[in-house]
Design a protein around this ligand. Structure first.
Ligand code: NAP
Length: 159
Protein backbone atom coordinates (compact mmCIF):
# COMPACT_ATOMS: atom_id res chain seq x y z
CA UNK A 1 0.00 0.00 0.00
CA UNK A 2 1.42 3.35 -0.97
CA UNK A 3 0.72 5.69 1.88
CA UNK A 4 2.45 8.91 2.63
CA UNK A 5 0.98 12.03 3.99
CA UNK A 6 2.04 15.52 4.71
CA UNK A 7 -0.09 18.34 5.98
CA UNK A 8 0.30 21.57 7.82
CA UNK A 9 -2.80 23.27 8.97
CA UNK A 10 -3.16 26.91 8.03
CA UNK A 11 -5.40 29.21 6.12
CA UNK A 12 -5.29 28.78 2.39
CA UNK A 13 -4.00 32.32 1.93
CA UNK A 14 -1.04 31.48 4.18
CA UNK A 15 0.29 28.65 2.02
CA UNK A 16 3.77 28.91 0.55
CA UNK A 17 5.35 27.51 -2.60
CA UNK A 18 7.29 24.96 -0.54
CA UNK A 19 4.25 23.94 1.49
CA UNK A 20 2.13 23.34 -1.60
CA UNK A 21 4.96 21.63 -3.48
CA UNK A 22 5.67 19.35 -0.51
CA UNK A 23 2.07 18.15 -0.50
CA UNK A 24 2.09 17.44 -4.21
CA UNK A 25 5.46 15.67 -4.07
CA UNK A 26 4.54 13.54 -1.05
CA UNK A 27 0.95 12.67 -1.83
CA UNK A 28 0.83 12.55 -5.63
CA UNK A 29 4.23 12.49 -7.35
CA UNK A 30 5.97 10.12 -4.91
CA UNK A 31 3.36 7.33 -4.88
CA UNK A 32 2.91 7.43 -8.66
CA UNK A 33 6.65 7.30 -9.36
CA UNK A 34 7.10 4.41 -6.91
CA UNK A 35 4.21 2.57 -8.56
CA UNK A 36 5.68 3.17 -12.00
CA UNK A 37 9.04 1.73 -10.94
CA UNK A 38 7.39 -1.33 -9.38
CA UNK A 39 5.38 -1.94 -12.54
CA UNK A 40 8.61 -1.92 -14.57
CA UNK A 41 9.89 -4.98 -12.69
CA UNK A 42 9.40 -7.68 -15.27
CA UNK A 43 9.89 -10.57 -12.83
CA UNK A 44 7.27 -9.38 -10.33
CA UNK A 45 3.55 -9.84 -10.84
CA UNK A 46 1.54 -7.27 -8.90
CA UNK A 47 -2.08 -8.19 -8.21
CA UNK A 48 -3.30 -4.92 -6.70
CA UNK A 49 -1.87 -1.49 -6.03
CA UNK A 50 -3.92 0.40 -3.44
CA UNK A 51 -3.19 4.09 -3.12
CA UNK A 52 -4.00 5.94 0.07
CA UNK A 53 -6.20 8.75 -1.03
CA UNK A 54 -8.70 10.71 1.03
CA UNK A 55 -12.28 11.92 0.89
CA UNK A 56 -10.64 15.38 0.86
CA UNK A 57 -9.42 14.65 -2.69
CA UNK A 58 -12.84 14.08 -4.19
CA UNK A 59 -13.84 16.82 -6.62
CA UNK A 60 -17.40 15.54 -6.98
CA UNK A 61 -18.04 15.43 -3.24
CA UNK A 62 -16.17 18.63 -2.39
CA UNK A 63 -15.61 19.12 1.35
CA UNK A 64 -15.98 22.89 1.37
CA UNK A 65 -15.69 23.23 5.15
CA UNK A 66 -12.14 21.83 5.36
CA UNK A 67 -10.34 25.11 6.05
CA UNK A 68 -6.57 24.76 5.77
CA UNK A 69 -6.80 21.56 3.72
CA UNK A 70 -6.54 23.11 0.24
CA UNK A 71 -2.99 21.97 -0.56
CA UNK A 72 -3.67 18.54 0.94
CA UNK A 73 -6.97 18.16 -0.94
CA UNK A 74 -5.42 19.31 -4.21
CA UNK A 75 -2.58 16.81 -3.80
CA UNK A 76 -5.04 13.95 -3.24
CA UNK A 77 -7.13 15.06 -6.23
CA UNK A 78 -3.90 15.01 -8.29
CA UNK A 79 -3.14 11.51 -7.02
CA UNK A 80 -6.66 10.36 -7.93
CA UNK A 81 -6.48 11.71 -11.45
CA UNK A 82 -3.00 10.26 -12.04
CA UNK A 83 -3.99 6.80 -10.92
CA UNK A 84 -7.11 6.82 -13.08
CA UNK A 85 -4.80 7.36 -16.03
CA UNK A 86 -2.50 4.63 -14.74
CA UNK A 87 -5.42 2.17 -14.50
CA UNK A 88 -6.61 2.93 -18.03
CA UNK A 89 -3.16 2.67 -19.57
CA UNK A 90 -2.53 -0.65 -17.85
CA UNK A 91 -5.91 -1.91 -19.06
CA UNK A 92 -5.08 -1.00 -22.67
CA UNK A 93 -1.73 -2.77 -22.34
CA UNK A 94 -3.56 -5.90 -21.09
CA UNK A 95 -1.80 -5.68 -17.72
CA UNK A 96 -3.78 -7.24 -14.88
CA UNK A 97 -2.75 -5.10 -11.93
CA UNK A 98 -5.79 -3.67 -10.16
CA UNK A 99 -5.39 0.03 -9.32
CA UNK A 100 -7.48 1.33 -6.41
CA UNK A 101 -7.85 4.57 -4.48
CA UNK A 102 -8.84 4.20 -0.84
CA UNK A 103 -10.24 6.53 1.78
CA UNK A 104 -9.17 4.97 5.10
CA UNK A 105 -11.81 6.71 7.24
CA UNK A 106 -11.15 9.25 9.97
CA UNK A 107 -8.32 7.40 11.69
CA UNK A 108 -6.71 8.10 15.07
CA UNK A 109 -3.15 8.57 13.80
CA UNK A 110 -0.76 11.50 14.21
CA UNK A 111 -2.66 13.16 11.39
CA UNK A 112 -5.90 12.46 13.22
CA UNK A 113 -4.62 14.51 16.17
CA UNK A 114 -4.77 17.73 14.17
CA UNK A 115 -7.36 20.10 15.53
CA UNK A 116 -9.98 20.98 12.97
CA UNK A 117 -12.74 23.55 12.95
CA UNK A 118 -15.31 20.93 11.94
CA UNK A 119 -16.77 17.90 13.68
CA UNK A 120 -15.70 14.46 12.51
CA UNK A 121 -18.86 12.82 11.35
CA UNK A 122 -19.03 9.52 13.23
CA UNK A 123 -15.79 10.08 15.17
CA UNK A 124 -12.49 8.34 14.61
CA UNK A 125 -11.66 4.69 14.09
CA UNK A 126 -8.50 2.90 15.14
CA UNK A 127 -5.65 2.14 12.75
CA UNK A 128 -6.35 -1.58 13.24
CA UNK A 129 -9.99 -1.24 12.21
CA UNK A 130 -9.09 0.91 9.23
CA UNK A 131 -6.39 -1.46 7.97
CA UNK A 132 -8.48 -4.63 8.48
CA UNK A 133 -11.41 -3.07 6.60
CA UNK A 134 -9.19 -1.78 3.80
CA UNK A 135 -7.65 -5.23 3.37
CA UNK A 136 -11.18 -6.59 2.90
CA UNK A 137 -11.87 -3.89 0.32
CA UNK A 138 -8.68 -4.73 -1.55
CA UNK A 139 -9.40 -8.46 -1.54
CA UNK A 140 -12.94 -7.91 -2.83
CA UNK A 141 -11.88 -6.13 -6.02
CA UNK A 142 -11.10 -7.60 -9.42
CA UNK A 143 -9.58 -6.21 -12.60
CA UNK A 144 -13.02 -4.97 -13.71
CA UNK A 145 -12.89 -2.50 -10.82
CA UNK A 146 -9.44 -1.15 -11.59
CA UNK A 147 -9.46 2.65 -11.52
CA UNK A 148 -12.11 3.04 -8.83
CA UNK A 149 -12.25 4.79 -5.44
CA UNK A 150 -13.50 3.08 -2.23
CA UNK A 151 -13.98 3.87 1.44
CA UNK A 152 -12.81 1.58 4.24
CA UNK A 153 -16.45 0.51 4.49
CA UNK A 154 -16.33 -0.80 0.92
CA UNK A 155 -18.56 1.95 -0.44
CA UNK A 156 -17.62 3.34 -3.81
CA UNK A 157 -16.62 6.99 -3.52
CA UNK A 158 -17.08 9.62 -6.24
CA UNK A 159 -13.95 10.97 -7.87
N1 NAP B 1 -5.71 9.68 9.46
C1 NAP B 1 -6.78 9.97 8.73
O1 NAP B 1 -7.86 10.27 9.28
C2 NAP B 1 -6.70 9.96 7.23
C3 NAP B 1 -7.86 10.29 6.50
C4 NAP B 1 -7.80 10.26 5.10
C5 NAP B 1 -6.64 9.87 4.47
N2 NAP B 1 -5.52 9.56 5.20
C6 NAP B 1 -4.32 9.17 4.48
O2 NAP B 1 -3.75 8.01 5.06
C7 NAP B 1 -2.35 7.99 4.83
C8 NAP B 1 -1.62 7.72 6.13
O3 NAP B 1 -1.85 8.83 7.00
P1 NAP B 1 -1.78 8.69 8.58
O4 NAP B 1 -3.10 9.12 9.11
O5 NAP B 1 -1.21 7.34 8.95
O6 NAP B 1 -0.74 9.84 8.92
P2 NAP B 1 0.49 9.87 9.92
O7 NAP B 1 0.21 9.08 11.14
O8 NAP B 1 0.79 11.32 10.09
O9 NAP B 1 1.66 9.14 9.13
C9 NAP B 1 2.18 9.70 7.95
C10 NAP B 1 3.36 8.90 7.48
O10 NAP B 1 3.82 9.43 6.21
C11 NAP B 1 5.23 9.60 6.31
N3 NAP B 1 5.64 10.71 5.43
C12 NAP B 1 5.25 12.00 5.46
N4 NAP B 1 5.85 12.72 4.49
C13 NAP B 1 6.65 11.85 3.83
C14 NAP B 1 7.54 11.96 2.73
N5 NAP B 1 7.72 13.13 2.11
N6 NAP B 1 8.19 10.86 2.31
C15 NAP B 1 8.01 9.67 2.94
N7 NAP B 1 7.18 9.48 3.98
C16 NAP B 1 6.52 10.57 4.43
C17 NAP B 1 5.48 9.91 7.78
O11 NAP B 1 6.81 9.61 8.08
P3 NAP B 1 7.53 10.26 9.38
O12 NAP B 1 6.83 9.73 10.57
O13 NAP B 1 8.94 9.79 9.22
O14 NAP B 1 7.38 11.75 9.24
C18 NAP B 1 4.51 8.96 8.46
O15 NAP B 1 5.05 7.65 8.57
C19 NAP B 1 -2.03 9.36 4.20
O16 NAP B 1 -1.88 9.20 2.81
C20 NAP B 1 -3.23 10.22 4.54
O17 NAP B 1 -3.42 11.26 3.60
C21 NAP B 1 -5.54 9.59 6.56
Amino acid sequence: MLAFWNIRIGLWICTTFDHFAQHLLTNAVGPIIVAQELLKLSDVSIGTMAFMSSDSGSTQRFLAYEDGFAAYAASKAALNQALRHLAEELRRKQRHTVILALHPGEVATDMGMIETSWDLDGGQITTEESVIKMMEVIRSKSINQSGTFWTWENKEYPW
